[in-house]
Design a protein around this ligand. Structure first.
Ligand code: GTP
Ligand code: NA
Ligand code: MG
Length: 294
């Protein structure tokens, strides 16, 4: 992207943490604070990624992780689609196995963490204990003189959500996030599903450039021509811009979470690239199978 004009873009935030600590609930609560959600009159935003537009006018793109599969896949491919990880820890349970896994995933990827201590409404909540546990694991919390922000929240009682948004905006501001907006898009798949009528649908986040309807793309090992692009409200749009989640229709098969999306000039090029990648996947699969036998 050397020499390209860079423009500020929203932060892409991934919510991670131990099972049932409230990742999805927290996202739902944040989503309800979104201006767009209010304007849409409660229409369900159907993507696993969505944008919260705060009263201040700032945007944040959020990704949910059911387990760490998607994040690990992205990390493995060096995609680094995530700018910030929100590490959700239930105030009653405290630090658990997957809390630590999420923490090390984020640290290995060099992604800054903001801690959200959730379920603070519960009688058994002990946020101080959670902070001690995280500190003991080497996380340098601001309360203990470090620079990792910690907020106490309750997704259930909708307490502390403004503080969490503030913390994320502060973190994003420090990172000075910018992307090239012109030219061919580079994007990453966050989820994919098969729709009966519309065929394979991939939710993607554009990393740089602009994705345009009608373009030939290769997503992982799959190719297609973009037939439709939808935004997080399910509205048809003509293009996808950096940090904005979009749903792409037109692929011939289902890509995987973490797969990269590239734009190519011709159908022939798309087919060739897809074919090459499929052969490589098959070769890797056979190699792995033979290694497992020996
Ligand atoms: P997985 O995706 O399955 O790992 O779970 P999750 O982390 O997304 O948690 P989820 O949002 O599904 O919440 C798990 C349970 O905790 C649900 O029963 C929620 O109602 C409950 N819960 C979530 N947040 C809060 C909270 O702030 N307070 C209380 N009391 N309960 C909560
Ligand atoms: Na759950
Ligand atoms: Mg969940």
């Amino acid at each position: 992207d050397e020499g390209a004009v860079l423009q500020p873009r929203p932060a892409v935030v991934t919510v991670m943490g131990h099972v049932d600590h409230g990742k999805t609930s927290l996202l739902d609560a944040l989503r309800q604070t979104s201006v767009a959600a209010k304007e849409a009159g409660g229409i369900t935003q159907h993507l696993g990624a969505f944008v919260v537009d705060m009263p201040s006018g700032s945007l944040i793109t959020f990704l949910d992780t059911p387990g760490h599969a998607a994040f690990s896949a992205m990390r493995a491919r060096g995609a680094a689609v995530t700018d910030i990880v929100v590490l959700v820890v239930a105030a009653d349970d405290g630090v658990m196995q997957q809390t630590l896994e999420a923490m090390s995933h984020a640290q290995a990827a060099g992604v800054p963490i903001v801690v959200a201590i959730n379920k603070c409404d519960k009688p058994a909540a002990d946020p101080e204990r959670v902070k001690m546990q995280l500190g003991a694991e080497g996380l340098l919390l601001e309360d203990l003189g470090g620079d990792v922000q910690v907020v106490e929240v309750s997704a259930k009682s909708k307490v502390g959500l403004d503080k969490l948004e503030e913390a994320l905006l502060l973190q994003a501001e420090m990172m000075d996030l910018k992307s090239r907006i012109d030219g061919p898009a580079q994007a990453y798949v966050v989820e994919a599903r098969l729709d009966r009528g519309r065929g394979p649908l991939a939710t993607a986040i554009v990393k740089s450039g602009t994705l345009i309807c009608g373009q030939y793309i290769v997503a992982g090992a799959e190719w297609g021509r973009i037939r439709a692009i939808r935004d997080m409200l399910g509205m048809t749009t003509t293009s996808g811009k950096p940090a904005m989640p979009v749903e792409i229709e037109g692929l011939k098969g289902l890509p995987m979470a973490g797969d990269d999306v590239v734009v190519v000039n011709t159908e022939e090029r798309a087919r060739m690239l897809s074919h090459g990648r499929k052969k490589k996947l098959e070769k890797d699969r056979l190699l792995k199978a033979s290694e497992e036998r020996t």
